[in-house]
Design a binder for this molecule. Structure first.
Ligand code: NDP
Length: 292
């Protein structure tokens, strides 16, 4: 048996088409074009590619974008001053600080400085709190992408055992929080999972992952999830992006796991494209909130 492949590229393009219509309708009725300002500090090649892809996706969807490039030696105060200026710029609706930041800059201070209504990554404590209370303002992009993949592929989360491997603030924790809610903007079937969160101190990890109806890998280690860690027929969502000699690979040993799983996302072409689509959705939401 080979698992059904969940095509993140196709789902993302479907969402982008829907968004382009929503953006056009909003712009026509308000006279405002949503605008995303990206800040890139330093010259990390991977970050450069991410920012370029995000800007290209903006263009295709009718969202304006700005790129603020700062040198690697930028001081924290200089970055905070730029964020302060973007916070008050009426033409900017969403602010994205591309991570990672250089060592001399405190990431938490910087992310906390982004105005909560312009926080399209949903990293600000106010927005994290709203997500965890089940009344989100912005949904965090990658977890939201995972939910969209499940929902649009007809895979219900309700009543299922979802095991999330990884507890980062960006992926694991917010995804677990979204899956366990009583309801979601995609309806109750996209929520109401029984959720287990695993991390590097989890004992008997394989025993737990083998219980998952929905297994999410957000670990950051190439091919970490092997076939013996997966229940036959399970849905496997691979969030990982690892650069290896054989190219980009996920956190799941795809070739082996696809023989066991019922459905699986590939890398590349799985969760990645959805992350960008959900960022655009948040930029539109931000523009609407600021023009309410
Ligand atoms: P982090 O490094 O912040 O978190 C990794 C998590 O995995 C931690 O909670 C860590 O546990 C856990 N972990 C590490 N080793 C093990 C282990 N041996 N057993 C069990 N758990 C382990 O990573 P991110 O969440 O930011 O990213 C995860 C992956 O997703 C990366 O490959 C990243 O590139 C990718 N990513 C992809 C995105 C996309 O758009 N597709 C967006 C964001 C990230 P502990 O907390 O104990 O250290």
């Amino acid at each position: 048996m080979t698992a059904r492949l969940l095509d993140g590229k196709a789902i993302a393009s479907e969402i982008r088409e829907e968004l382009a219509k929503d953006v056009a309708a909003f712009t026509q009725c308000s006279g405002v074009t949503p605008c995303l300002a990206a800040i890139l500090v330093g010259d990390d090649p991977a970050s450069d590619v991410y920012v370029r892809n995000k800007r290209r996706a903006c263009e295709k969807t009718g969202v304006d974008s700005q790129l603020h490039r700062l040198p690697v030696e930028t001081k924290e105060d200089e970055l905070l001053a730029l964020i302060g200026a973007l916070n008050t710029a009426a033409s900017v609706h969403g602010i994205l600080v591309q991570l990672p930041l250089p060592k001399q800059i405190d990431e938490t201070r910087v992310l906390d400085a982004v105005h909560a209504l312009k926080d399209v990554d949903s990293f600000h404590p106010e927005n994290v709190g709203l997500v965890s209370q089940g009344r989100p303002r912005f949904l965090p992009c990658t977890p939201h992408g995972c939910m969209q993949i499940l929902h649009r592929s007809g895979i219900e989360a309700s009543g299922k055992h979802a095991v999330v491997v990884g507890r980062s603030e960006i992926v694991g924790k917010p995804l677990a929080s979204m899956l366990v809610q009583r309801n979601s903007h995609l309806g109750p079937t996209a929520a109401n999972a029984t959720v287990t969160v695993c991390h590097s101190r989890t004992a008997n990890l394989a025993e737990i992952t083998r219980q998952a109806d929905i297994l999410v890998a957000a670990i950051g280690q190439a091919k970490f999830i092997t076939a013996d860690m997966v229940k036959p027929g399970a849905t496997v969502i691979d969030v990982g992006i690892n650069r290896t000699e054989e190219g980009l690979v996920g956190d799941v040993d795809f070739d082996a796991v696809k023989k066991i799983a019922g459905t699986i996302t590939p890398v590349p072409g799985g969760v990645g494209p959805l992350t960008i689509a959900m960022l655009l959705a948040n930029t539109l939401t931000a523009a609407k909130l600021q023009n309410a």
